[in-house]
Design a protein around this ligand. Structure first.
Ligand code: NAD
Ligand code: TYD
Length: 380
């Protein structure tokens, strides 16, 4: 097994797991910003959500409709391989919800939606969100993440949409040496086409505040996990492979560190920014739970009762960021938000969801996904 960063080469084999001290604390939370709407229930608040059929966007749509009596949602989604209307079955018949199938890069479609729907707030999730895909094929990432964000911002400007929230990621800060963690003023240092496209779109969104006085906010969240997560990302891939006794591919030495945030906590954080955040500001949203990848995978195996011998070291990801770390002190201080889910409980609930939904996994894993899996993991 490779132990030094940059020395992984083509070595493959079983994973030897060292003792890992990790940080994974929870805050004592007294207020639930998601539970009670501060709006007058007689006044409708219309959300134009982009990418609402994806993992986080669909959780946001479900949460908004469940927690805000005042909400109406229009969901614009292209339904790429990652978009799945099955994620929205529970709210599809809600009269306050409408789905629009389309591309955020289609400027005429986007203009028409802003003009006809006149949303009170745009919440922009739509993205090509996978680092490995962005390495294999950067074109669609730049188109959707940068040009698509421009298309939305410009149409929102033209029709004077009162609020625009742009959903971004801690990956824009790049790899950070311990014990440092990024606040919102931390320099941007991107490694992959994915993170570079997100950093570019963050800056573009903020320029619309500075130049056009549009009420833009940006949130940067850490790695999300939870139900309906497409099984190309670490946690759902490991759960679904382990359930089938397939090898679990660990990139490099597996000691890369990510901060894990339960998806509903992320969505509550976005609601807190929309409700109480200040225009022109960036808000970090973290899970306060930093773990090396091998520790995450080990816990998944423990929950499933599967052997650690399923873990297999594979060639590292090019440009692999070693450690992400951020502080959410600004969001917590200004809005009272805090992550509520402990990692062990969230992971157990997530594993349980995948055990109860094998058909969902089988369906999203068919077709296009098979081709990507072969490209990404063959000869690795
Ligand atoms: P996802 O890949 O699960 O979903 C993306 C959605 O966007 C899909 O429904 C897809 O069909 C849609 N989409 C893609 N291109 C589109 C286009 N051109 N027009 C319209 N719709 C399009 O992604 P996710 O994990 O839910 O991430 C959502 C957002 O959150 C992204 O902006 C991502 O950068 C950000 N984010 C994700 C994480 C994470 O851990 N997943 C962490 C922080 C931030
Ligand atoms: P991922 O879920 O792709 O999120 P991100 O790269 O955006 O943080 O990967 C999380 C971590 O897990 C990252 O360090 C790469 C690693 N990883 C593996 O070791 N094996 C895998 O098969 C995948 C998909 C990820």
């Amino acid at each position: 097994m490779a132990t030094d960063e940059g020395d992984e080469g083509d070595k493959t084999g079983p994973v030897l797991i060292p003792f890992i001290p990790f940080i994974c604390g929870q805050f004592l939370v007294t207020e639930q910003p998601c539970a009670a709407s501060r709006y007058d229930e007689n006044v409708t608040m219309k959300f134009l959500v982009t990418g609402g059929a994806g993992f986080i966007g669909s959780a946001f749509v479900r949460q908004i409709l469940a927690t805000r009596a005042d909400a109406e949602v229009v969901n614009l989604d292209k339904l790429t391989y990652a978009g799945n209307l099955e994620n929205l079955t529970s709210i599809a018949a809600d009269s306050r919800y409408r789905f629009v199938h389309g591309d955020i890069c289609d400027r005429e479609l986007v203009r028409g939606l802003m003009r006809d729907e006149r949303p009170d707030v745009v919440v922009h999730f739509a993205a090509e969100s996978h680092v490995d895909r962005s390495i294999h094929s950067p074109g669609p990432v730049i188109d959707t993440n940068f040009v698509g964000t421009f298309s939305l911002l410009d149409a929102a400007r033209e029709f004077s949409i009162p609020r625009f929230h742009h959903v971004s990621t801690d990956e824009v800060y790049g790899s950070i040496d311990a014990p440092h963690e990024a606040d919102e003023n931390f320099p941007l240092k991107t490694a992959s086409p994915y993170s570079a496209s997100k950093a570019g779109s963050d800056l573009l969104a903020l320029s619309y505040f500075t130049t056009y006085k549009m009420a833009v906010t940006v949130s940067r969240a850490s790695n999300n996990y939870g139900p309906f997560h497409f099984p190309e990302k670490l946690i759902p891939l490991m759960i679904s492979n382990a359930m089938e006794d397939k090898p679990l591919p660990i990139y490099g030495d597996g000691m890369q560190i990510r901060d894990w945030l339960y998806v509903d906590d992320h969505c509550c954080g976005i609601q807190a920014v929309i409700d109480k955040g200040r225009a022109g500001e960036i808000y970090n949203i973290g899970g306060n739970c930093s773990l090396p990848n091998v520790e995450v995978v080990r816990r998944i195996l423990k929950i499933l009762g599967k052997p650690e011998s399923l873990m297999k070291t594979v060639t590292d990801r090019p440009g692999h960021d070693r450690r992400y770390a951020l502080t959410s002190a600004k969001l917590m201080g200004e809005t009272g938000w805090a992550p509520r889910m402990t990692f062990d409980q969230g992971l157990a609930e997530t594993v349980e969801w995948y055990k109860r939904n094998p058909e969902w996994v089988a369906r999203v894993r068919s077709g296009e996904y098979r081709k990507f899996y072969e490209t990404n993991y063959a000869n690795r």
